[in-house]
Design a protein around this ligand. Sequence first.
Ligand code: ADP
Ligand code: MG
Ligand code: MG
Length: 916
Amino acid sequence: MSSKWVYGFHELDTVIERCNDDWDDVRGLLGGKGANLADMTRLGVPVPPGFTITSVACNAYLDAGGRMPDGVNDEIVVALRDVEERAGRTFGSPTDPLLVSCRSGAKFSMPGMMDTILNLGLNDHTVEGLASVSGDRRFALDSYRRLIQMFASVVMNIPGDGFEKILTEVRVARDVSSDGDLTAADLEEVVARFKDLFRRSTSAPFPSDPYEQLTMAIKAVFESWNSKRAKAYRTASGIPHTLGTAVNVQAMVFGNRGSNSATGVAVSRGATTGEPRLDGDFLINAQGEDVVAGIRMTSTLDDLEAAMPEIHAELQHYATLLERHYRDMQDIEFTIENDKLWLLQTRNGKRTAQAAVRIAVDLATEGILTKEEALRRVTPDQVEFFLHPQFDPEAEATAETDGSLLTKGLNVSPGAAVGVVVLDADRAERRASENDESIILVRPETKPDDVHGMLVSAGVLTSSGGRTSHAALVARQFGKPAVVGASELVIDLNERVITVGDIVIHEGDVVSIDGTTGEVFLGSIATRVPDFDDPWLMKLLEWADAVRRLGVWTNADNPEDAERAVVLGATGIGLCRTEHMFFAPDRLPIMQDMIMASTTEDRLEALSHLLPLQRGDFAGLFRVMKGHEVIIRLLDPPLHEFLPDRDRLASELTDLKIRLISAGSLEEIDALLAQAEEADRLLKRVETLHESNPMLGLRGVRLAVLFPEMPRMQIRAIFEAAAIVQEEGVTARPSIMVPLTSTAGELEALHDIAAEMAETIELERRIEIDYRFGTMIETPRAAVTAGELAETAEFFSFGTNDLTQMTFGISRDDAERNFLLHYLETGVLQSNPFNTLDRQGVGKLIESASLAGRAVRPGLHIGICGEHGGDPASIALVDALGLDYVSCSPLRVPVARLAAAQSALDLAEQENTTDT
Ligand code: ADP
Ligand code: MG
Ligand code: MG
């Protein structure tokens, strides 16, 4: 391998050769920023000349405990000569000095996490040269004071307050409000005082040798790789700590040379909604980080178009060029120096979930991406974000002031959030963990030090900053609703209050923010899940449907849920839990009568009241599903779940007995006696049904075998409902599913009931009943004897939650309360098997059971129901195992559609690579 440490921006071809044409390696070596600067140079984009010191050099430097590897300094001098030639200026020249920036840039972008120093090369002599060639002494001095300030902070770690204080003092003394109004003479004083402060803080003078400045700056950037905040950011974003950062040294261009100069940030498409138009912020007569720092109020690019139309057109031209080149939305830094446009950085832009979807779809529609690529650009999590809550416009406010609009800011990260106001990150972290509160972090602006507080907050609100401010970037990346630049907020960090006009909000008061509109409300507003009608998401999911092999069904117990799932794209009900139909207040007493019945006759009487209710439920589902399959699971939970609690009943009974002793009238005694008798009967029944391990007791198919009149009623209700909707002209496709099966005998018993009932209804109604009969596979024995079960079952549905519990011999509730977290933290388990299917264990059972089942019954229809059905990794697993469908909760349906498409693309790709 070549041991070259330094590459000029024009030397990209050499680097590509060194990296054997692997662009990923190029980015690793030069960093994302450096690679793209070189790439832009090659494309003919106006980029100030410069060079990159590789991340390999950084790692060598850090490994050597802060010693520059041999040869690096020599290569830097050579590369700098070349930049001087290209720029036509000399570094350190007292007449026409070249100034450079020293910019960090790792393989993955870490916005604002590491350090950059601008204007290197200025000292008491060169500043005069800059003043005379530019004809602007004020500008030269302003650049100089910025260098001292930045150098002090980045290289020497001197806190910035002292410098800010000097600036404020001089402004006050001159009676001006902005730094821009300070004269050259004022700035001369500022520079002198800055240098003095520098000397006092470091006990060494500000280094006047430009080469010394540059070397110190490069080392500081290398070292910033290991700064606390950079490490924290990498840990949070999963970026390896071993990559190191490259350093880019680049000729300065100046956005602070008066009204024909500016600096700004542009995105080739909107980062909030993905709208295909150039968007961004800029500041006239400003340098570098002024825009992102959120200190001065920025203007939008529409204003740039009005003020400098040619420049705006040129910027648009390069944005389009770069977007096509990188095949993605670009986030661009630019500077205008005396009416000349320079690009200083481009990278794939961060965006909201909503924007990610729209941009992927638009890029595919414009022919820049294929549909398959567009499908891979969006993550299932981003689809899920669409289903996040929004404020409900119809919600009733809970207090008088609730819901009244407080103020507006910029809508930079969508979604609604309600929480208590907290004014600093540490306190946010504390309140979130100690009181489990929902928090809105409110700051004048945010800095990297605030990230930990932002992560624990429900939403973020700032009083300054623009769309590309730190707060906006971080909030978007972590999917936090955010409103920034709400400039009416006056935040008093000492008194810990916020005022807006004469409204005072104390820390701890509740506010609601809407990151989609930028509105801030007093008090708490109810939220709801938005309508699912984003046209780009619809389009993307349509493409997903064309690619995926797996069916996506839903778990739904009532017509409303089923309806919602159908709108979200479900094409079947994989699990209807009938017990949910019995918990409604008007039904529970009948259910209890049924359970309390001591004779079959009484039980049949109670069941006859349940029959019409069940029939209505099923008919409702069939109507909504319009010919899609509806899998109805027979009653599953242990009966005691429908009865009152044993201890409560016992104490009620004791109570009644005590009251009996002191009862006054005969009527009272009679009434109390009757109550006591009833309570006693209930208690006896509850005690009879009591089990030590109810989840392993009388439930599921065992109930049906013991009390066959129950499944008879349910199956009758199913078939009658099917008959009713058929008569209405709607196709019904009912499937009967037996829960918790362990043996073929259980299944046969239920199959006989279903067959007999079908025959009965067909005779009664004179119609043909088309149904399927199948079983859940939830016990290891069922999985192991799947071949036998397939003799009777026409379909299998893996109840992956119970199957996971029983395969591990773990109760989920107990595990999550007691030891699962410890297992995950210590690496005993890699992931929570209740979230993501356990490939090696449960996955193996699913695989062998499916194979055994299909060996007996080719075409056996197989799916999974349970929460795993909406988990992308589990979806990929069951897709690979050749199952037919997943069934998940209605809101996960869109997520599952995309995940199934991505899995299909992955499987196809694997097949291709094994073929060749
Ligand atoms: P960050 O990673 O924090 O964005 P950058 O290295 O991109 O750091 O630089 C910070 C700011 O300084 C950016 O606004 C950038 O455009 C500006 N900048 C960097 N180098 C130069 C230069 N040579 N001339 C003018 N502005 C520069
Ligand atoms: Mg930086
Ligand atoms: Mg940058």
